[in-house]
Design a protein around this ligand. Structure first.
Ligand code: CDP
Ligand code: CDP
Length: 221
């Protein structure tokens, strides 16, 4: 039996930071599904595709060679880990991820990557759609202001020139599109454990999740 851990939630809730640490602790594979949607968006922008041309974007999603390697992501052989985090991609990614065909293609790829492995996968629809049978489902959240503050701090350390207000608006806008789209919107899976991380450190969140998993696996780890 393999163990699947799903972590969903809005932008800046701490999903990827916590998922990476958890995967390391457990020696599981970390799968960043947001990076895949970002990679398709990056390629569509590079190829100057109008984002309302859904079929063209679906073709990109189908033909793109995406490889996740630890914390790095390669698109058609090129390391694009830095590029996909830039504001240009962040502003557009929700328009790409709401295209049903794009979701269908990426969900298939995500399931394939997870097949036969112990994984920690983070995103928006992991517990609801990608891995509905996951043994552990977490939904991380935090106040909009706290999430914007975290993302702003992160971008500042990377010398990206944006204001706190711009980051807050970008996150708010993305959350709205992600929650309101028709195909697999961001929502809490019925059997998921909700954790508000507003006043918790990364370490505290990791510890909480680790203890729940340890308890659930009854000493198998
Ligand atoms: O790190 P951050 O929360 O800012 O975003 P991300 O996890 O990299 O995801 C970027 C975008 O991809 C999200 O805002 C969603 O539009 C989309 N996404 C999705 O639709 N489904 C997923 N499973 C993961 C990401
Ligand atoms: O993946 P997601 O968009 O949910 O969030 P993230 O990229 O993991 O976290 C955004 C930023 O918040 C990172 O710089 C984390 O170091 C920070 N963070 C935090 O300050 N406190 C937490 N409890 C979790 C994350």
């Amino acid at each position: 039996m393999t163990v699947k851990i799903a972590i969903d939630g809005p932008a800046g809730a701490g999903k990827s930071t916590v998922a990476k640490k958890l995967a390391k602790l457990l020696n599981y594979t970390y799968i960043d599904t947001g990076a895949m949607y970002r990679a398709i968006t990056y390629k569509a922008i590079q190829e100057k595709v109008n984002l309302i041309e859904e079929n063209k974007i679906a073709d990109i999603a189908q033909s793109a060679d995406i490889i996740l390697e630890g914390e790095k992501i390669f698109l058609d052989g090129k390391d694009i880990s830095e590029e996909i985090r830039k504001p240009g991609v962040s502003e557009k990614v929700s328009l790409v991820s709401k295209i049903p065909k794009v979701r269908e293609i990426l969900v298939q790829k995500q399931r394939k990557i997870a097949e036969g492995k112990n994984v920690v996968m983070d995103g928006r629809d992991i517990g609801t759609v990608v891995l509905p049978d996951a043994q552990f489902k977490f939904f991380l959240t935090a106040s909009l202001e706290e999430r914007a503050k975290r993302r702003y701090r992160e971008l500042k350390t990377k010398n990206v020139n944006v204001s706190y207000y711009e980051v807050l608006k970008e996150i708010e806008n993305r959350d709205t599109i992600d929650s309101q789209r028709d195909t697999s919107p961001l929502k809490i899976a019925e059997d998921s454990i909700v954790i508000d991380t507003t006043y918790l450190s990364e370490e505290e969140v990791v510890e909480k999740l680790y203890n729940i998993i340890k308890e659930g696996l009854k000493g198998e780890i």
